[in-house]
Ligand binder design. Structure first.
Ligand SMILES: C[S@@+](CC[C@H](N)C(=O)[O-])C[C@H]1O[C@@H](n2cnc3c(N)ncnc32)[C@H](O)[C@@H]1O
Length: 180
């Protein structure tokens, strides 16, 4: 087993644990099976978790996490539900593992949601975006997200792109945006 290059999710959690100083409010933009929300719930005082699938929301309700507010709506409407500054926004794009491949994140709403996240992000806050290139929409979405991140003003934002170089079958990639 690898310690560092094992999987994108562990790297993401490590980065957020170690480099977000103030862990007050976080957003999980893609709840799915809830692993990211579990991590955020354990580390932040309050978490807002979005998904468009009723099943994801109702499954997570069973866990009864007091500090997680579940929102059955698209993450493009984040600012309708969250008005205060947030310290972290986590995106795990694509479709639900084990669920319908028809229900996937889409370029247009992902970009709207990223713009909203940039508006809400506090100084010292971090946005993480796990990208999946294995399907057509994912390819388009990944390239637009990278383009979006690349064009953020370097006076205010630092951006990194993490990629596996020797894996086959379209491995996931990770983009990290940190606000000064
Ligand atoms: C790769 S999964 C997320 C995995 C999850 N973070 C976990 O820890 O299990 C992507 C999720 O995004 C959800 N999704 C797709 N479009 C969305 C949208 N516009 N707003 C919010 N969630 C969306 C899907 O329903 C799916 O559950």
């Amino acid at each position: 087993m690898f310690k560092y290059v094992g999987d994108i999710s562990s790297i993401t959690h490590y980065i957020v644990s170690n480099f977000v100083d103030e862990k007050i409010i976080a957003i999980d933009a893609t709840l799915g099976n809830g692993y990211d929300s579990d991590f955020l719930s354990d580390n932040f005082k309050k978490v807002y978790s979005f998904d468009i699938q009723k099943e994801a929301i109702s499954n997570y309700k069973l866990k009864q996490k007091d500090n997680v507010e579940l929102i059955l709506d698209s993450h493009e409407y984040i600012e309708k539900y969250v008005t205060q500054q947030v310290n972290c926004v986590m995106f795990n794009l694509g479709f639900l593992p084990g669920g319908s491949k028809e229900i996937t994140t889409l370029t247009d709403s992902t970009l709207k949601s990223l713009n909203a996240s940039i508006n809400l992000l506090s100084s010292g806050g971090i946005i993480t975006i796990a990208l999946y290139n294995g399907h057509n929409e994912g390819k388009k979405e990944s390239s637009e997200v990278i383009n979006f991140a690349r064009n953020l003003d370097k006076k205010f934002f630092g951006v990194m792109h993490h990629k596996y170089l020797n894996r086959t079958n379209c491995p996931p990639e990770l983009v990290v945006i940190e606000k000064k």
